[in-house]
Design a protein around this ligand. Structure first.
Ligand SMILES: [Cu+2]
Length: 375
């Protein structure tokens, strides 16, 4: 893999172009961010120049002159005040809703997104693939080596992120997206790399210690067939995450209280749980249909079981805080997903993992090789 030629946006189009977003984001949702940003920028610039210009002009024009008595200033003009309150508010509302919409769009991944687990730590990133493999590739950056995260072209990729220590922030400037990475819960967003051969920088955008500036990675986009081969070749030593999850659940005695066949035990069954809404004892409900919500619910249920009680069950589960590892929680989550018929459950998990068995037929028609030129 050292044969790959790494380029960056900044090198491709010059640092000025790279720094001042100009609609050259690496995917359509990034281009939407660019256009909203530039729209807001020029809109603000227009009003700033107009208002400051009028102010300066009028200050000069109506300056105090000797012998000219100062006119009395106007007190109130209701219609005028309503107009200059309502019209700017409409524009602010427009900016808010467009921004909010585009932002939410980038947070909630499509159902068929491939899930990459990103772990941030002082001062590095690791990316774990759906089959449990971790990319062994690195590339030199300054004095250190940074990881290479290989992603398939044309597939939605969802990052499930957590931190081993302090708060970091996973930032992919080319995709105009970043999100904080926390030590005590999962956060997530998604991107869709478009063309094989592209490379994209990843940085940490949260000041996290003295080597914060070296906390980088490179995303390398390859054809899906090549991605599948690589991820299958890297493999995971101990089996797939759900196999590891079943083992971890056995080791920690979860099956004493949780069934996997739908029968009610001391605790709720794990069959068809993942992805569905959960009624809680306090009358509220954990909404279904969202992986981040469910992943965090599982995590919290294991570490702080009393925080949200499943309606109709006793508060009888002990905390596994300090007993269970982060990896085991991730594996058990994969295992719970594999036990569910919900659209986010077994089928989606299988589709993510079974990628390697697919054929070569999915290479994009433009025929650009993975060593290919600029985007
Ligand atoms: Cu960091």
């Amino acid at each position: 893999m050292t044969a790959y030629h790494f380029t960056t946006l900044a090198q491709d189009s010059g640092p000025v172009h790279g720094l001042f977003f100009r609609g050259d984001a690496a995917w359509d949702k990034g281009v939407a961010t660019d256009s909203l940003f530039m729209w807001t920028f020029w809109f603000s610039t227009f009003w700033f120049v107009l208002l400051m210009g009028l102010m300066v002009w009028w200050v000069i024009k109506y300056r105090r002159r000797p012998g000219v008595p100062a006119p009395r200033s106007a007190s109130h003009n209701a219609p005028l005040e309503v107009i200059w309150t309502v019209v700017p508010s409409l524009f602010l509302g427009y900016i808010f809703f467009r921004g909010f919409h585009a932002y939410i769009d980038k947070l909630v991944a499509p159902v068929d997104a491939i899930e990459i687990v990103v772990k941030g730590m002082k001062w590095n990133w690791t990316a774990t693939y759906p089959n449990g493999a971790i990319s062994p590739e690195t590339t030199p950056l300054g004095a250190s080596n940074v990881p290479v995260i290989v992603l398939p072209a044309g597939r939605a990729v969802r990052f499930k992120m957590y931190s081993d220590d302090v708060i970091h922030s996973f930032w992919i400037p080319d995709f105009r997206m970043k999100f904080d990475v926390f030590p005590n819960r999962y956060s997530s967003f998604w991107i869709q790399p478009m063309q094989a051969g592209e490379t994209h920088w990843v940085f940490c955008a949260e000041y996290c210690g003295d080597q914060h500036s070296e906390m980088a990675a490179v995303i390398l986009v390859v054809h899906e067939s090549e991605y599948n081969e690589l991820v299958a070749r890297w493999g995971a030593a101990g089996g797939t995450p759900q196999e590891m999850g079943e083992r971890a659940a056995r080791k920690h005695g979860c099956f004493a209280c949780h069934s996997i066949d739908g029968t009610r035990n001391v605790g709720p069954t794990w069959r068809n749980a993942y992805g569905n809404p959960v009624p809680l004892a306090d009358g509220s409900t954990i909404p279904g249909d969202d992986r981040t919500v469910w992943d965090n619910y599982i995590r919290e249920s294991i570490l702080v079981p009393g925080a949200k009680l499943h309606a109709g069950y006793p508060n009888q589960m002990n905390s596994f805080q300090g007993i269970i590892t982060e990896d085991e929680i991730l594996w058990i989550t994969a295992y719970l997903r594999s036990l569910s018929d919900h659209p986010l459950g077994a089928a989606a998990l299988e589709a993510e993992q079974a990628a390697e068995s697919e054929s070569e037929g999915d290479a994009p028609a433009n025929g650009e090789g993975a060593n290919g030129g600029p985007n």
